[in-house]
Structure formats: structure tokens, C-alpha cells
Design a protein around this ligand. Sequence first.
Ligand SMILES: [Cu+2]
Length: 149
Amino acid sequence: MRLVIVAVVTALLSACSPGAPPASPSVSDSWIREAPPGAGMTAGYMTVVNPTDREIEIVGVRSEDFGSIELHITTTEDGVAKMRAQDSVTVPPGGMVVFEPGGRHLMMFDPVRPLGEGDTVMMTVVLADGSEITAESKIARGAHTHHEH
Ligand SMILES: [Cu+2]
């Protein structure tokens, strides 16, 4: 067990450049819209914060509770909302990217179990450098978290 822990710490340290700030990218305000029973997909939202001094690139998201997850963005063209899949999403140094209703979202396909309001889903956000951010996401009926009073 001790050997395993040492190996993990070494891997984490070697991923840092000398002089890099200790803070690492994080995911917050993550929630997934409750889908009607039997629906094959739903949308997820989150805020990704990058406190480091270099750009990070989100290349994917996965969860044991969904068959697949895509990065999507909704745009309005001629008054019609359309969504497109994106291969990656870049978060600038010291910046953040917000996934929220009407904009960027996670398109989450094929839930493997029924998910109702209040249930918790673990997600893993994968970055281009191979590092991963684990986030806990709550099932909710509508927008909440940072809009909550
Ligand atoms: Cu979508």
C-alpha cells in the first residue's frame, strides 16, 4: 500500500513544472438534469476553474453511470438553437469555463441506472496532459447551485 501511495505522489509531482503554483484545476457547481424515465440522454453542467499559469484542455468526461459523455455547445443561429459536439474545451490560465443551460453542456448518453433528483454521480474530467479531475455531480430538476438562494 505504501509503495502505491509513493508512486502516485511521484506521478503527481512529476506532472508539475518547477515554480508552478500548488493550486490545480478544479470542477465545481456540477449538476445533471433529471431526465424523464427511460430517456436515453440528459445534460450535465459544471464550472471548470484553472488556477494554474498554463492553459488546460478538457478532452473528455466519463462516468460509470453513463455509456458515453460528449462536450457540446449550444449556439443560436437565425433564432434556432443548435448544438454541436466539440473535441475539446480550453480553459485559459487563471480563468474558468462555465457549462450552463443554453451554452456549453455535457451530453450524457445511456444512463446505466435510474437517476432521480438528489442522486449523486461521480464524473471524471480528462485533460489533454492525461491528468484527471474527479467531480461529484447531483441530479437536479432545474438550474440551481450558484443560482440558489
Ligand atoms: Cu447537447
